[in-house]
Every structure is written in C-alpha cells, then in structure tokens.
Write a protein that binds this ligand. Structure first.
Ligand SMILES: Nc1ncnc2c1ncn2[C@@H]1O[C@H](COP(=O)(O)OP(=O)(O)OP(=O)(O)O)[C@@H](O)[C@H]1O
Ligand SMILES: [Mg+2]
Length: 320
C-alpha cells in the first residue's frame, strides 16, 4: 500500500472534525467508531481506508501502540487464522508538533460490511452469517484457552466483519463463505495479564469531566468485556436492536446457544437468555447516549467557549 504522508499532512492542516468531508483534501467517510474516523481519499488510485486516531500525546505512546497493533494483527492473522485486510500505520508530527496517527488498511467494499449486509440477506442467510462469525470467534477464544501467556480480546459486532466476494446484486452466503475481520485498530491482547495497549488511551475520547469517573468506575469492566466470549456474543446479539432487526433476536439466541452446545462444548458456556440481552441493550444504550451527549458538551466547551480544536468526529443522531 502506498501511503502519501504529504496528503495526510495537508488534510490535518485543514480538517474540521465537525464537517470532515468539507476540508481542503476531499475525503469520503467510510464509517466511524467511537474514537476513529474511517475514510478514503477521493480520487486516490490506491485502494486504502484510513482510520484517524487522535489520541497520542508523545512518541513513546505511539511506538508502543504500533508494536501492539502490529503484534495484534500478526497474532490474529498467523496464529489464530482470521482473514484481515492488508494493514499498516502512518504517523507524523504536524506543524504544531502534535502527533497525528492513522491506521491504514486495504479498503473493503462498503456494501460487504456486516451491518449493511444484514439488511440485504434473507433471514436464513443472516443466521448463516452469525454462525460464520461465531466460528471466527471460536478460533480467537480457542487460541486464548490454549495459550498460557497471551489472552486475546475481540469486538464481535457485525459491523466489524465483511463478507469476501459479496455480490450486492445477488446477496447470499453459505457455510463455505469467508469473512474478513476489520476492527484491529484497538489492539486487545494481554501478556501475562498485562494490557498490551496503554490503558489510558482507551479514555482519550472520554470528555475530561467524565474521565475520572469512568476510570474509577467503568474502565476495567469495559475493557474486560472484550475478553469474555459470552459478553462479546451478547453484544453482537444486542446490536440487532440498534440495527432495527430486533425481530431476529430470539432466533439468533437459539442458534448461538446451539452452537455453544454442539460446536464449542469445551467452553461450557451458560446459555444466553433473551432477558439478559434485553437488559444489556438497555444499559448499553443509556451509557452511549450519556457519553455522546457529554462529548457534544465537551466539543461545545472546547470550540465555542475556549476556541480550541475538538479532535474527534461525532456522528449525527444515531438510531438505537
Ligand atoms: N478497511 C476498511 N474498508 C472499508 N470500510 C471500513 C474499513 N475498516 C472500517 N471500515 C468501516 O468503518 C467502520 C468502523 O471501523 P472499525 O470497526 O475499524 O472502527 P471501530 O473500532 O468501530 O472504531 P473505534 O475503534 O473508534 O471504536 C466499519 O464498521 C466499516 O463500516
Ligand atoms: Mg467497529
């Protein structure tokens, strides 16, 4: 992948995180997460997705993060056997000496990403896709189970998987369909119980007035959640509320419990219940609504009252 640092430097000079597509360097948003803004450069002959991650204060942090990112990708790809897009990083210090950091990936067709696909496939094929995701996740948790030193975390939401060879004009999947896992920019693994990624970085997008509270009350719990297959699976299921396909949830729960029983019995997984998923969703929804509103307040204080730059992109109203 050929990364043009000069274009990124130019982009950083004029980026307006309120309207990222309106800067001097034309970009198109491909997606966004809670921290990152994922985009492509328009008129770029290279097939690249850039994830802008504005969370680093110093070089030491960046270097550790690049090590963790490369190692996480390597383990998932070579040792676990997930399919990943080609990956790299790009970073530099801007004119003000601030660190600008990007994870770089081969661009995947947007229409093949899970949260789009589940609105195209028939219900049976959606179930098949869920099974494919469960099989990928089993590889991850089997690795951790068998590996004495390393524990892996994963974000199993449907928006983090893409279907290889997906044809939007003829949407279908079967059990031999292959998935790609996209969400590798937050390296989640522990060596002898120690987080590879610097834990404070998880807090960077938290508004300053919430961060002591989050750190004290929720941070460990939020991170731990990604290491627990059952909780990651509940999150995957609960996401179907947000995607407005909640009618599928009871069937998906049955399917997953059967998968745990028949294909992952060595994990002795307690069956997941509808009540649990429902409770998780309501709680999660509340937390994110509070969080997004707090970020808007933070942005207002920074940009309107103190005339500083607000570094994160906040998506518009999200239907949950
Ligand atoms: N390589 C890619 N090609 C095309 N689109 C992508 C690519 N990577 C990510 N996207 C799009 O961007 C969305 C968010 O990306 P990703 O899942 O990596 O970020 P996230 O982890 O959810 O964000 P954050 O780390 O900030 O919480 C994806 O759901 C997908 O729609
Ligand atoms: Mg994601």
């Amino acid at each position: 992948m050929k990364i043009d640092i000069d274009v990124l430097k130019k982009l950083e000079k004029s980026i307006d995180t309120n309207n990222p597509e309106k800067g001097e360097v034309p970009i198109k948003i491909l997606g966004y997460g809670e921290i990152s803004l994922v985009f492509e450069l328009l008129n770029d002959p290279e097939n690249i997705a850039y994830k802008r991650i504005p969370i680093f204060d110093n070089e030491k942090q960046v270097k550790r993060h690049i090590w963790a990112y490369n190692e996480y990708n390597r383990i998932l790809k070579e040792d676990v056997g997930l399919n990943l897009p080609e990956y790299d990083v790009a970073w530099f210090k801007d004119d003000e000496g601030k660190i600008q950091f990007y994870c770089v990936q081969e661009k995947i067709p947007s229409e093949s990403v899970g949260n789009i696909v589940i609105h195209q496939l028939n219900n049976q094929d959606i179930n098949t896709s869920i099974l494919l995701v469960m099989k990928e996740m089993k590889k991850v948790w089997s690795y951790s189970k068998n590996h004495k030193i390393i524990d892996l975390g994963l974000d199993g939401q449907i928006s983090n998987f893409s279907i290889i060879g997906y044809d939007p004009n003829n949407p279908k999947v079967d059990l031999s369909t292959k998935l790609i896992y996209l969400d590798t920019s937050t390296p989640m693994f522990r060596i002898n119980g120690i987080e590879a990624m610097e834990a404070v970085l998880f807090l960077k997008s938290t508004p300053w007035f919430l961060s002591p509270l989050v750190k004290a009350a929720f941070l460990d719990e939020v991170i731990d959640r990604y290491y627990d297959w059952r909780l990651v699976t509940i999150d995957l299921i609960a996401n179907f509320y947000k995607e407005q396909r909640s009618e599928l949830i009871p069937g998906i729960i049955r399917l997953i419990n059967k998968f745990f029983k028949d294909e992952a019995s060595e994990f002795n997984m307690e069956p997941i219940t509808f009540i649990e998923v429902d409770k998780y969703y309501k709680n999660d929804k509340m937390i994110w609504v509070i969080f997004q509103n707090a970020r808007k307040i933070d942005r207002y204080i920074k940009t309107k009252l103190t005339h500083k730059k607000y570094n994160f992109y906040l998506p518009g109203k999200i239907q949950r």
